[in-house]
Design a protein around this ligand. Structure first.
Ligand code: FAD
Length: 272
């Protein structure tokens, strides 16, 4: 049964910051609700107040500029990312990860920011953001903090966000435009499903970045490998950085095997 809570829908950023300062950990923010409502229904979260971000002025859409790069806001949905011509042309890795997240219907509600704040080890957007050097901009009444995504995730469903903060923007550097990259996600079924493992590879400025989901308590980034690294050395570097477990979806050994397989395939693809 859905717990009862107060629903609030601020219209401006200052109103939102006031509410966060007042309610802190007693509040939960609502973007698409595709994670939040499931957890409230399951009794995992029992917020006193749910604060809807969708009516806040200036919180929608995505933009690009040479200084800020590609910017996602609190209600930018996964489908908006996928439908953006610049993303499809210049950020193919981002499009590949977005395409593998859930179904069309879920992607219409689900936001990029909700996906990373949920901080599931199997997040599909995290590997692209890690590989492309994205920054999270966290805001509260006391100001703004900027952190790279490798410092944002701190455990299963845990991030560095403080109760009075919200994730206001994700910025992907303009310099990451044109980076060659792709994503492979292993699922139990052909349709939409959470990942058994996900591997992203980006070839950026003579260096290789590899990110893996569902292979440790947080999504993992192995960055700055030499672009010409031997394939098996790259596989080994990724194996050292990850610590997959056995669970209801598959065994640890199968995960290890498939991570290696995907790293090999993706390296071949981005180097072609
Ligand atoms: C059927 C189904 C299939 C799914 N398949 C996948 C999949 O294949 N891959 C995958 O990665 N995920 C999947 N998900 C999970 C989910 O859809 C995604 O994580 C989604 O991107 C979450 O976005 P949202 O906008 O719905 O977040 P919400 O549910 O609105 O919020 C998620 C969390 O983030 C917090 N939050 C939201 N916005 C902010 C903000 N700006 N600042 C601070 N905190 C914030 C909320 O309080 C909440 O704790 C699936 C979910 C469902 C229901």
């Amino acid at each position: 049964m859905l717990q009862s809570f107060r629903y609030m829908a601020p219209r401006t950023r200052p109103e939102l910051l006031d509410l966060l300062a007042e309610y802190g950990s007693r509040a939960k923010l609502l973007a698409g609700g595709t994670d939040l409502l499931v957890t409230i229904r399951a009794g995992v979260h029992k917020p006193e107040v749910v604060i809807d971000l969708k009516k806040v002025e200036g919180f929608s859409g995505l933009s690009w500029s040479q200084t800020d790069g590609l910017v996602f806001r609190p209600t930018t949905t996964i489908n908006e990312v996928l439908q953006d011509a610049r993303v499809r042309k210049d950020y193919p890795l981002l499009a590949a990860c977005a395409h593998d997240l859930a179904s069309y219907q879920v992607r219409n509600r689900a936001t990029v920011i909700g996906n990373v704040v949920n901080a599931s080890p199997c997040s599909d957007m995290a590997p692209a953001l890690l590989c492309l050097g994205a920054t999270a901009v966290l805001s509260s009444k006391s100001g703004e903090r900027r952190v790279l995504f490798q410092d944002f995730f701190i455990g299963v469903k845990r991030t560095i966000l403080r109760p009075e903060e919200f994730l206001e923007r994700i910025e992907i550097p303009a310099a990451s435009a044109g980076v060659k990259g792709d994503y492979r996600k292993l699922k139990r079924i052909q349709g939409h499903d959470l990942g058994i493992v996900g591997v992203a590879v980006a070839l950026k400025g003579g260096k290789l970045n590899i990110a893996v989901s569902s292979a440790a308590p947080t999504p993992v980034l192995v960055q700055g490998l030499d672009a010409g690294i031997a394939v098996e050395a790259a596989v080994e570097a990724v194996a050292k950085a990850t610590s997959p477990i056995s669970d209801v979806r598959c065994t640890k050994e199968y995960r290890e095997f498939m991570i290696g397989t995907y790293v090999r395939r993706l390296l071949q693809e981005v180097r072609a």
